[in-house]
Write a protein that binds this ligand. Structure first.
Ligand code: TRP
Length: 336
Protein backbone atom coordinates (compact mmCIF):
# COMPACT_ATOMS: atom_id res chain seq x y z
CA UNK A 1 0.00 0.00 0.00
CA UNK A 2 2.72 2.41 1.02
CA UNK A 3 4.81 1.47 -2.01
CA UNK A 4 1.89 2.20 -4.30
CA UNK A 5 1.43 5.67 -2.88
CA UNK A 6 5.12 6.37 -3.33
CA UNK A 7 4.98 5.44 -6.97
CA UNK A 8 2.20 7.90 -7.71
CA UNK A 9 4.15 10.78 -6.35
CA UNK A 10 6.18 12.95 -8.68
CA UNK A 11 9.88 12.87 -7.97
CA UNK A 12 11.99 15.82 -6.90
CA UNK A 13 15.76 15.92 -6.77
CA UNK A 14 17.98 18.63 -5.44
CA UNK A 15 21.41 18.94 -3.88
CA UNK A 16 23.37 21.40 -1.83
CA UNK A 17 27.11 21.82 -1.58
CA UNK A 18 28.75 21.30 1.81
CA UNK A 19 30.35 24.70 1.77
CA UNK A 20 29.82 25.85 5.33
CA UNK A 21 26.72 26.59 7.32
CA UNK A 22 23.90 27.91 5.17
CA UNK A 23 22.53 31.41 5.68
CA UNK A 24 18.99 32.47 6.39
CA UNK A 25 18.89 33.16 2.65
CA UNK A 26 19.73 29.55 1.76
CA UNK A 27 17.21 28.40 4.34
CA UNK A 28 14.27 30.52 3.22
CA UNK A 29 15.20 30.30 -0.46
CA UNK A 30 15.72 26.55 -0.64
CA UNK A 31 15.94 24.36 2.44
CA UNK A 32 12.65 25.35 4.04
CA UNK A 33 10.91 24.64 0.76
CA UNK A 34 12.53 21.22 0.55
CA UNK A 35 11.04 20.33 3.90
CA UNK A 36 7.67 21.61 2.72
CA UNK A 37 7.78 19.64 -0.54
CA UNK A 38 8.70 16.38 1.10
CA UNK A 39 5.13 15.53 2.00
CA UNK A 40 3.92 15.98 -1.53
CA UNK A 41 6.77 14.48 -3.56
CA UNK A 42 9.08 11.52 -3.62
CA UNK A 43 12.22 13.36 -2.61
CA UNK A 44 15.90 12.78 -3.26
CA UNK A 45 18.26 15.25 -1.62
CA UNK A 46 22.02 15.03 -1.79
CA UNK A 47 25.01 16.69 -0.22
CA UNK A 48 27.05 17.56 -3.31
CA UNK A 49 30.60 16.87 -2.18
CA UNK A 50 31.76 15.98 -5.71
CA UNK A 51 30.76 19.44 -6.83
CA UNK A 52 32.51 21.00 -3.87
CA UNK A 53 35.98 19.95 -5.02
CA UNK A 54 35.70 21.99 -8.20
CA UNK A 55 37.20 24.67 -5.97
CA UNK A 56 40.08 23.79 -3.67
CA UNK A 57 38.93 22.40 -0.31
CA UNK A 58 40.69 21.72 2.95
CA UNK A 59 40.17 17.94 3.37
CA UNK A 60 39.41 17.99 7.11
CA UNK A 61 37.01 20.87 6.69
CA UNK A 62 35.25 19.29 3.72
CA UNK A 63 34.73 16.14 5.75
CA UNK A 64 33.34 18.09 8.70
CA UNK A 65 31.09 20.26 6.57
CA UNK A 66 29.73 17.25 4.69
CA UNK A 67 28.48 15.64 7.89
CA UNK A 68 27.20 19.02 9.10
CA UNK A 69 25.22 19.51 5.94
CA UNK A 70 23.83 16.01 6.17
CA UNK A 71 22.77 16.65 9.79
CA UNK A 72 21.15 19.85 8.66
CA UNK A 73 18.99 18.00 6.13
CA UNK A 74 17.55 16.07 9.04
CA UNK A 75 17.36 19.15 11.25
CA UNK A 76 15.19 21.08 8.78
CA UNK A 77 12.61 18.33 9.03
CA UNK A 78 13.44 15.89 6.26
CA UNK A 79 12.85 12.29 7.23
CA UNK A 80 15.53 9.70 6.45
CA UNK A 81 12.89 6.96 6.36
CA UNK A 82 10.50 8.69 3.99
CA UNK A 83 12.97 10.72 1.92
CA UNK A 84 16.16 9.61 0.22
CA UNK A 85 18.94 11.65 1.82
CA UNK A 86 22.47 10.87 0.76
CA UNK A 87 25.99 12.06 0.17
CA UNK A 88 26.78 12.31 -3.53
CA UNK A 89 30.21 10.62 -3.46
CA UNK A 90 28.68 7.58 -1.70
CA UNK A 91 26.84 6.72 -4.90
CA UNK A 92 29.57 6.15 -7.50
CA UNK A 93 27.01 6.14 -10.31
CA UNK A 94 27.13 9.95 -10.20
CA UNK A 95 30.75 10.03 -11.31
CA UNK A 96 30.20 7.24 -13.79
CA UNK A 97 27.25 8.84 -15.52
CA UNK A 98 28.92 12.25 -15.40
CA UNK A 99 31.79 10.90 -17.51
CA UNK A 100 29.42 9.52 -20.09
CA UNK A 101 27.41 12.73 -20.21
CA UNK A 102 30.63 14.71 -20.69
CA UNK A 103 30.79 13.02 -24.06
CA UNK A 104 27.33 14.31 -24.95
CA UNK A 105 27.88 17.87 -23.76
CA UNK A 106 29.39 20.28 -26.23
CA UNK A 107 32.37 22.47 -25.49
CA UNK A 108 30.53 25.47 -26.92
CA UNK A 109 27.45 25.19 -24.74
CA UNK A 110 29.49 24.49 -21.62
CA UNK A 111 31.62 27.57 -22.35
CA UNK A 112 28.52 29.71 -22.20
CA UNK A 113 27.69 28.81 -18.59
CA UNK A 114 27.73 32.03 -16.60
CA UNK A 115 28.69 30.25 -13.38
CA UNK A 116 31.81 28.87 -15.06
CA UNK A 117 32.68 32.31 -16.37
CA UNK A 118 32.14 33.88 -12.94
CA UNK A 119 34.03 31.24 -11.01
CA UNK A 120 36.93 31.10 -13.42
CA UNK A 121 37.33 34.85 -13.04
CA UNK A 122 37.46 34.45 -9.23
CA UNK A 123 39.59 31.30 -8.92
CA UNK A 124 42.10 32.30 -11.56
CA UNK A 125 44.83 29.96 -10.28
CA UNK A 126 42.62 26.87 -10.45
CA UNK A 127 40.46 26.86 -13.54
CA UNK A 128 40.23 23.07 -13.57
CA UNK A 129 38.38 20.82 -15.98
CA UNK A 130 35.96 19.79 -13.22
CA UNK A 131 34.84 23.39 -12.86
CA UNK A 132 34.14 23.40 -16.57
CA UNK A 133 32.35 20.04 -16.57
CA UNK A 134 30.35 20.85 -13.42
CA UNK A 135 26.99 21.00 -15.28
CA UNK A 136 27.47 17.48 -16.67
CA UNK A 137 27.87 16.17 -13.13
CA UNK A 138 24.78 18.06 -12.12
CA UNK A 139 22.96 16.56 -15.10
CA UNK A 140 24.03 13.13 -13.90
CA UNK A 141 22.71 13.87 -10.39
CA UNK A 142 19.31 14.67 -11.82
CA UNK A 143 19.00 12.19 -14.69
CA UNK A 144 20.09 9.14 -12.68
CA UNK A 145 16.88 9.41 -10.67
CA UNK A 146 14.52 10.24 -13.54
CA UNK A 147 13.44 13.27 -11.54
CA UNK A 148 10.27 15.07 -12.64
CA UNK A 149 11.15 18.36 -10.98
CA UNK A 150 14.24 20.14 -9.79
CA UNK A 151 13.83 23.06 -7.42
CA UNK A 152 16.47 25.56 -8.46
CA UNK A 153 17.27 29.14 -7.71
CA UNK A 154 18.05 31.67 -10.39
CA UNK A 155 21.78 30.88 -10.28
CA UNK A 156 21.24 27.22 -11.22
CA UNK A 157 18.58 27.69 -13.90
CA UNK A 158 21.08 27.63 -16.72
CA UNK A 159 22.46 24.33 -15.43
CA UNK A 160 19.01 22.82 -15.45
CA UNK A 161 18.52 24.06 -19.00
CA UNK A 162 21.70 22.32 -20.15
CA UNK A 163 20.61 19.19 -18.27
CA UNK A 164 17.42 19.20 -20.27
CA UNK A 165 19.37 19.72 -23.50
CA UNK A 166 21.75 16.86 -22.73
CA UNK A 167 18.87 14.55 -21.78
CA UNK A 168 16.92 15.37 -24.94
CA UNK A 169 20.02 14.93 -27.09
CA UNK A 170 20.78 11.55 -25.54
CA UNK A 171 17.16 10.46 -25.90
CA UNK A 172 17.26 11.62 -29.52
CA UNK A 173 20.08 9.22 -30.27
CA UNK A 174 19.14 6.22 -28.13
CA UNK A 175 15.42 6.43 -27.46
CA UNK A 176 13.73 7.46 -24.23
CA UNK A 177 16.34 6.77 -21.60
CA UNK A 178 16.04 9.90 -19.46
CA UNK A 179 13.09 11.80 -18.13
CA UNK A 180 13.56 15.43 -19.16
CA UNK A 181 13.17 17.32 -15.86
CA UNK A 182 11.19 20.50 -15.31
CA UNK A 183 12.25 23.35 -13.06
CA UNK A 184 10.19 23.56 -9.89
CA UNK A 185 9.22 27.09 -9.10
CA UNK A 186 8.25 27.38 -5.45
CA UNK A 187 5.43 29.51 -4.12
CA UNK A 188 7.79 32.15 -2.93
CA UNK A 189 10.93 32.56 -4.93
CA UNK A 190 12.55 33.94 -1.80
CA UNK A 191 15.66 35.86 -2.65
CA UNK A 192 17.03 37.18 0.60
CA UNK A 193 19.40 40.12 0.41
CA UNK A 194 22.29 41.29 2.59
CA UNK A 195 21.24 43.10 5.77
CA UNK A 196 23.97 45.68 5.21
CA UNK A 197 23.75 46.16 1.46
CA UNK A 198 20.28 45.09 0.35
CA UNK A 199 21.18 45.43 -3.32
CA UNK A 200 23.32 42.30 -2.95
CA UNK A 201 22.31 38.73 -2.20
CA UNK A 202 22.88 37.53 1.37
CA UNK A 203 26.09 35.52 1.33
CA UNK A 204 28.07 33.64 3.96
CA UNK A 205 31.32 34.71 2.32
CA UNK A 206 30.54 38.37 2.94
CA UNK A 207 33.35 40.01 4.94
CA UNK A 208 30.80 42.03 6.89
CA UNK A 209 29.53 39.53 9.44
CA UNK A 210 26.53 41.71 10.22
CA UNK A 211 25.29 41.31 6.66
CA UNK A 212 24.14 37.71 6.98
CA UNK A 213 22.40 35.40 9.44
CA UNK A 214 23.77 31.91 9.73
CA UNK A 215 21.23 29.18 10.22
CA UNK A 216 22.75 28.38 13.65
CA UNK A 217 23.14 31.96 14.90
CA UNK A 218 22.09 32.46 18.50
CA UNK A 219 18.98 34.56 19.27
CA UNK A 220 20.88 37.56 20.68
CA UNK A 221 23.12 37.70 17.63
CA UNK A 222 20.10 37.49 15.29
CA UNK A 223 18.44 40.33 17.19
CA UNK A 224 21.57 42.51 17.00
CA UNK A 225 22.00 41.94 13.29
CA UNK A 226 18.41 42.87 12.49
CA UNK A 227 18.56 45.96 14.69
CA UNK A 228 21.52 47.17 12.68
CA UNK A 229 20.01 46.21 9.30
CA UNK A 230 20.28 48.98 6.73
CA UNK A 231 17.01 50.65 5.76
CA UNK A 232 16.16 53.91 4.05
CA UNK A 233 15.27 57.09 5.92
CA UNK A 234 11.53 56.78 5.57
CA UNK A 235 10.02 55.09 8.53
CA UNK A 236 6.92 53.46 7.11
CA UNK A 237 6.61 49.69 6.85
CA UNK A 238 5.50 49.64 3.25
CA UNK A 239 6.69 47.56 0.32
CA UNK A 240 7.74 49.83 -2.51
CA UNK A 241 10.03 49.53 -5.51
CA UNK A 242 13.54 50.75 -4.87
CA UNK A 243 13.28 50.47 -1.09
CA UNK A 244 15.50 47.41 -1.00
CA UNK A 245 16.18 47.43 2.73
CA UNK A 246 12.61 47.44 3.98
CA UNK A 247 11.48 45.20 1.11
CA UNK A 248 14.05 42.63 2.17
CA UNK A 249 12.90 42.70 5.79
CA UNK A 250 9.30 42.37 4.67
CA UNK A 251 10.21 39.43 2.48
CA UNK A 252 11.94 37.71 5.40
CA UNK A 253 8.99 38.38 7.70
CA UNK A 254 6.60 37.16 5.05
CA UNK A 255 8.52 33.88 4.60
CA UNK A 256 8.63 33.23 8.33
CA UNK A 257 5.07 34.19 9.21
CA UNK A 258 3.30 33.23 5.98
CA UNK A 259 1.76 36.70 5.66
CA UNK A 260 1.56 38.74 2.47
CA UNK A 261 2.82 42.30 2.23
CA UNK A 262 -0.58 43.86 2.61
CA UNK A 263 -1.17 42.01 5.86
CA UNK A 264 2.24 43.04 7.12
CA UNK A 265 1.64 46.69 6.21
CA UNK A 266 -1.60 46.57 8.15
CA UNK A 267 -0.01 44.87 11.14
CA UNK A 268 2.64 47.59 11.40
CA UNK A 269 0.54 50.58 10.45
CA UNK A 270 1.64 53.60 12.42
CA UNK A 271 4.68 51.83 13.81
CA UNK A 272 8.28 52.54 12.87
CA UNK A 273 11.20 50.58 11.55
CA UNK A 274 12.52 49.97 15.07
CA UNK A 275 9.48 47.93 16.08
CA UNK A 276 9.41 46.13 12.78
CA UNK A 277 13.07 45.09 12.96
CA UNK A 278 12.50 43.56 16.40
CA UNK A 279 9.46 41.70 15.08
CA UNK A 280 11.39 40.37 12.08
CA UNK A 281 14.22 39.24 14.35
CA UNK A 282 11.73 37.45 16.61
CA UNK A 283 10.12 35.72 13.66
CA UNK A 284 13.52 34.55 12.42
CA UNK A 285 14.54 33.37 15.89
CA UNK A 286 11.34 31.32 16.18
CA UNK A 287 11.92 29.90 12.72
CA UNK A 288 15.52 28.90 13.27
CA UNK A 289 15.47 27.82 16.90
CA UNK A 290 13.94 24.36 16.37
CA UNK A 291 16.35 23.78 13.49
CA UNK A 292 19.43 24.64 15.52
CA UNK A 293 18.22 22.66 18.51
CA UNK A 294 17.71 19.56 16.39
CA UNK A 295 21.04 20.18 14.68
CA UNK A 296 22.94 20.40 17.97
CA UNK A 297 21.43 17.12 19.10
CA UNK A 298 22.12 15.34 15.80
CA UNK A 299 25.67 16.50 15.24
CA UNK A 300 26.76 14.76 18.44
CA UNK A 301 25.24 11.49 17.26
CA UNK A 302 27.68 10.56 14.57
CA UNK A 303 26.70 6.88 14.61
CA UNK A 304 23.08 7.74 13.85
CA UNK A 305 24.01 10.18 11.08
CA UNK A 306 26.32 7.63 9.47
CA UNK A 307 23.63 4.99 9.63
CA UNK A 308 21.15 7.32 7.92
CA UNK A 309 23.71 8.27 5.27
CA UNK A 310 24.51 4.62 4.60
CA UNK A 311 20.84 3.73 4.18
CA UNK A 312 20.26 6.82 2.09
CA UNK A 313 23.09 5.90 -0.26
CA UNK A 314 21.78 2.35 -0.60
CA UNK A 315 18.31 3.61 -1.40
CA UNK A 316 19.66 6.11 -3.92
CA UNK A 317 21.85 3.50 -5.54
CA UNK A 318 18.92 1.20 -6.24
CA UNK A 319 17.50 3.76 -8.63
CA UNK A 320 20.80 5.16 -9.88
CA UNK A 321 22.26 1.80 -10.82
CA UNK A 322 19.20 0.92 -12.87
CA UNK A 323 19.51 4.08 -14.94
CA UNK A 324 23.26 3.75 -15.36
CA UNK A 325 22.95 0.17 -16.51
CA UNK A 326 20.46 1.17 -19.16
CA UNK A 327 22.70 3.99 -20.32
CA UNK A 328 25.74 1.72 -20.59
CA UNK A 329 23.77 -0.77 -22.61
CA UNK A 330 22.49 1.91 -24.98
CA UNK A 331 25.95 3.37 -25.49
CA UNK A 332 27.25 -0.07 -26.42
CA UNK A 333 29.52 -0.94 -23.51
CA UNK A 334 30.40 -4.61 -23.47
CA UNK A 335 28.75 -6.36 -20.54
CA UNK A 336 29.90 -9.65 -19.07
N1 TRP B 1 25.07 23.09 -8.17
C1 TRP B 1 24.09 23.23 -7.13
C2 TRP B 1 24.43 24.46 -6.28
O1 TRP B 1 25.58 24.78 -6.09
C3 TRP B 1 24.05 22.03 -6.26
C4 TRP B 1 23.65 20.84 -7.04
C5 TRP B 1 24.43 19.79 -7.37
C6 TRP B 1 22.34 20.57 -7.54
N2 TRP B 1 23.72 18.86 -8.06
C7 TRP B 1 22.44 19.31 -8.18
C8 TRP B 1 21.12 21.27 -7.51
C9 TRP B 1 21.32 18.73 -8.81
C10 TRP B 1 20.01 20.69 -8.13
C11 TRP B 1 20.13 19.44 -8.78
O2 TRP B 1 23.53 25.06 -5.74
Amino acid sequence: MKMQMMENKKRILSAIQPSGLPTLGNYLGALKNWAGMAREFDCFFAVADLHAITVRQDPALLKKQTLQMYALLLAIGLDPQRDTLFIQSHVPEHSQLAWILNCYAQFGEMSRMTQFKDKSSVYTDNINVGLFAYPALMAADILLYQADFVPVGADQKQHLEITRDIAARFNGIYGDVFKVPEPYIGKQGARIMSLQDPSRKMSKSDENLKSFISILDKPDSIMKKFKSAVTDSQAQVKYSPGKDGINNLMNIYSCCRGKDYEEIEKEFEGRGYGDFKVAVAQAVIEELQPVSERFERLIDDKAYLEQCARQGAQKAQMTASRTLEQVMKKVGFYKI
